[in-house]
Design a protein around this ligand. Structure first.
Ligand SMILES: *Cc1c(COP(=O)(O)O)cnc(C)c1O
Length: 424
């Protein structure tokens, strides 16, 4: 696509891509996709499925309302593992018994990092490695853990327009490294890290890796078992459409499960929760990762998306994601680049996940105006708009409408404060 291509040709291209899209029919499973609204933030909060309405109301009516406290024994106590199992199989490339739904991503990461540190026995390993562009919660958590445990942080200086490379990880790790914490997809740039390559590099250094999969779960093929990854966590309210605040998932590779010591010892993670006996003894396997009463209500909605992902297959989802981000880059090149917008996402589709980030000083003020007109990307400081593309629910026409609205606002000067924008 060239910068001289006229808008109508791009519109025709969007319609062609939708017509040829083998996943196009999945869009109709989502609430609100029959309107002109352009939702470009499914990487932050996925749209709800229509079936979620009946899943949740049926649960209230029959399960909670009908079974009352009996529901725990009959079904609910098993749900964190049952749903975790499906998520592991469909999304993570994880064999049974290694994935569970629990807590929030922040809390799960805390438990995993502490568990990983507890599994490192060599006292010379006193460093946690992470990167400067990781998601804030990851950075803050590790700052806190380093203080608690008297450890040192070794920061990889990540390029905000791309991400962390295998070579950078090799250079930052060694005999002093205990644990490495990285995101597979950078929340800002969309850069897709080489998960198998980095996992191997961390292992070569004799350390353990904890992967944050918030932006990759449900958007790219992951393959945790195949890569031999140690630990992973991620959100279920982004590409898995679990709803605001739906609980996170935790993956612990089976080789680390025997004797795993996670730091929050609660009754639900004990070997027999209802024995209520003296002293904590972890439940065997991934169940020992639980702490308190699981958020059953919050984990119901994601099942609908897991079913759809299982049916569609992650390879097809990833293929559509590549086409969506490529079309978004094409629209950027044709319309936004001439207006002074920069692309802060890798051009190689193999090096990016399912969102792109475009930068311009006007975007800070423009985002609220776009939301007002039902065009919904999100803003990331200092001047980025993220265009998130959720392969099951986003159409190419929807993407076209959204980027066209950004172009029109840039052209009409529908913003005031160019050159007067704070930088963080
Ligand atoms: C969204 C996101 C989180 C969010 O963590 P919560 O505990 O759910 O607030 C964490 N890490 C990354 C990389 C994210 O993108």
């Amino acid at each position: 696509m060239s910068a001289t291509e006229n808008p109508d040709a791009l519109w025709r291209r969007a319609l062609e891509l939708d017509a040829a899209d083998p996943l196009a029919a999945y869009r109709e499973h989502f609430i609100g996709t029959d309107t002109e609204l352009s939702y470009l933030d499914g990487n932050s909060l996925g749209r709800p499925l229509k079936r979620t309405v009946t899943d949740i109301s049926g649960f209230i009516q029959d399960s909670w309302g009908g079974r009352l406290i009996r529901g725990w024994d009959e079904e609910w106590l098993e749900l964190p593992q049952a749903i975790g199992e499906q998520l592991g199989r469909v999304v993570l490339g994880a064999a049974p018994g290694q994935t569970i739904i629990a807590d929030s991503t922040t809390v799960v990461l805390y438990k995993l990092i502490r568990a990983a540190l507890a599994a490192v026995t060599d006292p010379a390993r006193t460093e946690i490695v992470l990167d400067t562009d990781n998601f804030p919660t990851d950075r803050y958590l590790v700052e806190g853990i380093a203080r608690e445990e008297g450890l040192t942080l070794r920061w990889i200086d990540a390029d905000p327009a791309s991400g962390v490379s295998v070579d950078q990880v090799r250079a930052a790790t060694g005999p002093a490294t205990a644990v490495v914490l990285l995101s597979q997809i950078a929340y800002r740039s969309g850069f897709l890290a080489n998960l198998p390559g980095i996992t191997a590099a961390v292992h070569d250094a004799g350390a353990l890796v904890v992967w944050d999969l918030c932006h990759s779960a449900g958007s790219v093929e992951i393959g945790l078992d195949a890569a031999g990854a140690d630990f992973a966590a991620g959100c279920t309210y982004k590409y898995l459409n679990g709803g605001p605040g739906s609980p996170a998932f935790a993956y612990v590779n089976a080789r680390h499960l025997p004797g795993l010591r996670q730091p929050i010892w609660g009754w639900m993670g004990r070997k027999d929760a209802f024995e209520m006996a003296a002293g904590y003894e972890a439940a065997p396997g991934i169940r020992g990762f639980l702490s308190g009463t699981p958020a059953i209500f919050g984990m119901l909605a994601m099942r609908g998306t897991l079913d759809l992902l299982e049916e569609a297959g992650m390879a097809a989802v990833r293929a559509k994601s590549r086409l969506l981000t490529a079309f978004a880059v094409g629209l950027h090149d044709a319309w936004l680049a001439p207006a002074g917008v920069g692309l802060s996402t890798p051009r190689d589709p193999e090096l990016r996940g399912s969102h792109i980030t475009v930068d311009h000083p006007a975007f800070l003020d423009m985002t609220a105006a776009l939301w007002e007109q039902d065009v919904i990307p999100d803003f990331r400081a200092p001047q980025g708009i993220r265009i998130g593309l959720s392969p099951l629910s986003t159409s190419f026409a929807e993407l076209y409408r959204g980027v066209a609205a950004i172009r029109d606002r840039l052209e009409s000067g529908g913003f005031d404060k160019i050159g007067n924008v704070p930088v963080n």
